[in-house]
Design a protein around this ligand. Structure first.
Ligand SMILES: [Zn+2]
Length: 351
């Protein structure tokens, strides 16, 4: 019998944890995510959907590499599955789910949101939900837009996601990207609420000389040396900011077919395909990862502040129940006015 979401998302306290992995100093966590799409879906290659069915699929073998690595390092991750993939490779989605991972949605036709209206977006995401539900008998609560394409101009997508019952999104890159295809420069760096009951888990950045640069996800994870990725992850964790690392299966596939496109797009797509696997192993050895759904559960149980700050301490009431801290409320006032026990440091994740 397939595990229920609760069962598959509850971490086993007896699982061995590598001693070398770095324990976060605050409640901030690292989540690992993958966008489950084939090499020909990548935006940089500009292959129209009408040609996808003729392309040689390599998703199963790339995913095998990823799923075996995760098994080896005893790690679960969030997989944003493209509806087109769920429709064509339903057994792959079931295989991911059997591994205890979180299944989330990447839409159906992989079109940037700037090419859509709210109505066509909702239709596309609904179609993906049907494909994913019928493949793996699970309803995603998380969404990632193709090419990180939610920004100020396409923020209507948040209303569409709420309408469809999603609980979180992880599409916003809070940077000014040099090519201008995505990026919401002044958006918060940490997980925050964007609508009632809808959270945003932004993609990670590194702050250098006061400037935000994208890091530790997608092409930035693949192209930059490991040292830059670990610097970004640790800078965020030390600031109490949770990190969502993102990788595409085709980024671990150096033997994928080559497509003629502009030099800039070729560089972005084909650089370091041979080293991504080692980079992934490097972060798997170094950090404890959770799924984004687990991060969301932790935030909701931990009584997060309304503006999205991770509380470092938790206050319990007289009978041991966690007390929700209101925005801006001081810990000493909770203790004084609401008769709670003294604040305690409380790990958000039981491991
Ligand atoms: Zn994608």
């Amino acid at each position: 019998m397939a595990p229920t979401d609760e069962q598959s998302m509850t971490p086993d306290p007896h699982r061995p944890v590598s001693a070398e992995r770095i324990a976060p100093r605050s409640n901030a966590r690292c989540a690992l995510s993958f966008d489950v799409e084939d090499w020909f879906h990548a935006g940089n290659l500009r292959i129209p959907p009408g040609h996808w069915a003729e392309m040689p699929s390599r998703i199963e073998r790339s995913m095998e590499t990823i799923l075996s690595l995760l098994e080896e390092y005893d790690t679960i991750a969030t997989f944003f599955v493209l509806g087109w993939i769920a429709h064509r490779h339903p057994s792959l989605v079931r295989r991911i789910r059997r591994g205890g991972h979180e299944i989330a949605s990447h839409g159906f036709w992989h079109q940037p949101l700037s090419h859509m209206t709210r109505k066509t977006f909702v239709e596309d995401v609904r179609r993906a939900q049907v494909a994913i539900e019928s493949a793996a008998d699970t309803t995603p609560i998380g969404f990632r837009a193709p090419s990180y394409s939610i920004d100020e101009r396409t923020s209507w997508a948040f209303d569409g996601l709420r309408e469809l019952g999603f609980r979180y999104d992880s599409s916003v890159y809070p940077v000014r990207a040099p090519h201008g295809r995505y990026g919401w420069p002044n958006s918060p760096l940490r997980p925050h609420r964007v609508r009632t009951d809808l959270w945003e888990f932004p993609l990670p950045t590194l702050t250098l000389w006061g400037r935000r640069v994208p890091a530790a996800s997608g092409a930035y994870f693949r192209i930059a040396p490991c040292a830059v990725t670990t610097m970004a992850i640790e800078q965020n964790l030390n600031r109490g900011i949770s990190v969502v690392v993102n990788i595409h299966p085709w980024e671990l596939d150096p033997d994928q077919p080559r497509v003629r496109t502009s030099i800039g797009r070729r560089l972005l797509h084909y650089t370091n395909l041979r080293t991504t696997r080692n980079k992934l192993e490097h972060v798997l050895r170094r950090y404890e990862f959770v799924t984004i759904r687990q991060m969301l559960n932790a935030i909701e149980k931990g009584g997060i502040l309304a503006r999205g700050l991770m509380p470092k301490t938790q206050v319990l009431g007289r009978s041991g129940e966690p007390i929700q801290r209101r925005a801006g409320e001081k810990l000493k006032n909770i203790v004084k006015e609401r008769g709670a026990g003294p604040p305690i440091n409380r790990p958000l994740h039981p491991r």
